[in-house]
Write a protein that binds this ligand. Structure first.
Ligand SMILES: N=CN[C@@H](CCC(=O)O)C(=O)O
Ligand SMILES: [Zn+2]
Length: 411
């Protein structure tokens, strides 16, 4: 199957092969072609250029993109799309003045979702989760990471990861699975942290590895959740099973957790609402991608990741949704990009780089996703007619996406 997109007003994020991520000042540049074409063969980007050199349309299905922008589909490197029920009552509790921490301390939050998940069948969780996955695909996401972490029991964690596996098998979108057994201590382990970590390391991980259910390992490294030492045990155990770390860290407090993650070669450190100068120093010259989640900051009214400070220090930055029932019940990457521009003062170029090429890096998908590069997957967004791509974050409440192509096919 061959498709030719013609008359593209702006073809964004055009890159040579081999660029895995962009950092610091490089993030201000978003290479583009005006008045362009792009050819798709099977599921891959087969070629692109400007219209004066457009191939003969014979043999192609032609899509005329006059007045429209084309860009790589979003790469959402941090989600918790698989869950049961929702947490609307906590949403109202927060409106009435309770904080995220207060809700958790009352037995709500992650433990509330864990209770629901353990009471729900695998099939039911699959049905609920597939609608969310379909929704984010329609919103332009072409690759996504999904975490477990609402099981917190051997069976519950396996159930979540099996649902993720089923989604991988049923949908064309690239999915990476992350094991997040260390999301919170279940009530019965509140006074026995090492007992729960033993359960993760000695029972959950071997089964997960045997069934090949996870690509990465995660922990919530935070005051009141997992300490540096506890998270290090988790990262070391993951490494033994070939699961690099992607860690929730610095959401509410900075306790030198980033240093531990970098020491353990974490692929990404995510959240980073609170970042110190020391954290920035350790991230420099590391291979660890910092990931910001601005719609989480928006939804639970916490600080935004200090993007300007990090980019000025030369760091890369990725953007992701954190789609989950508690802190971000939205998987809309366009809203993430808009919020990063509006609240974190990232330019549209920086935000789009963060949501595409750097997001792909944070999922280990740099070779296949995140840019318009010959040989990469044909995962594309075609916008409605726009004055320029600036309209995507500017018109933050509008859906300017007209067509989404995943693996060469319009969805
Ligand atoms: N902070 C930790 N985990 C999730 C929220 C989990 C929840 O409240 O359900 C997050 O990334 O924000
Ligand atoms: Zn998260």
């Amino acid at each position: 199957m061959k498709t030719l997109i013609t008359n593209i007003k702006e073809l964004l994020q055009v890159r040579e092969a081999g660029i895995a991520k962009v950092s610091g000042k490089e993030m201000a540049e978003l290479p583009l072609l005006n008045n362009a074409w792009l050819a798709i063969e099977n599921n891959l980007i087969a070629g692109f250029g400007t219209m004066e050199n457009c191939p003969d349309t014979l043999g192609y299905t032609v899509i005329d993109a006059k007045g429209k922008a084309v860009l790589p589909a979003w790469c959402d490197s941090h989600t918790h799309i698989v869950y049961a029920g929702n947490r609307v009552l906590e949403f109202v509790d927060r409106i009435n003045g309770l904080s995220y921490e207060e809700i958790f301390n009352r037995g709500g939050g992650i433990l509330n979702s864990a209770k629901k998940l353990n009471e729900t069948s695998e099939d039911d969780i699959y049905e609920q989760s597939k609608h969310r996955l379909e929704e984010v695909m329609q919103q332009g996401t072409g690759a996504v990471e999904i975490k477990s972490g609402y099981g917190l029991t051997v069976e519950g964690e396996l159930k979540m990861l099996r649902v993720i596996k089923r989604l991988k098998e049923e949908y064309p979108i690239a999915i990476k699975a992350t094991f997040l057994g260390a999301h919170a201590f279940p009530a019965e382990y509140k006074e026995n942290h090492s007992g729960y970590i033993d359960l993760i390391v000695n029972e959950m991980l071997p089964k997960i590895a045997e069934e090949k259910l996870a690509d990465y390992i995660d922990a919530f490294l935070e005051t009141g959740y997992f300490s540096i030492e506890e998270t290090e045990r988790i990262m070391e155990a993951g490494k033994k099973y070939g699961m690099p770390a992607k860690i929730h860290v610095n959401q509410f407090t900075a306790i030198n957790g980033i240093e531990a993650c970098v020491k353990h070669d974490a692929l990404s450190v995510d959240h980073l609402e609170i970042v110190t100068d020391e954290d920035i120093e350790v991230l420099k010259n590391s291979n660890t991608m910092p990931v910001a989640l601005p719609t989480c900051s928006f939804f639970i009214s916490i600080p935004y990741t200090p993007a300007r400070k990090m980019l000025e220090a030369g760091l890369p930055l990725a953007l992701a949704t954190d789609f989950n029932p508690g802190t971000t019940p939205s998987g809309n990457m366009n809203l993430v990009v808009a919020t990063a521009c509006i609240k974190m003062k990232m330019t549209p170029e920086e935000a789009i780089n963060a949501a595409t090429i750097n997001g792909a890096y944070a999922m280990g998908l740099s070779d296949t996703h995140g840019s318009i590069t010959i040989g990469k997957r044909a995962n594309l967004i075609i916008t409605k007619p726009v004055t320029s791509y600036y309209q995507l974050p500017y018109a933050f409440g509008s859906n300017l996406i007209e067509t989404v192509i995943i693996e060469g096919k319009t969805i």
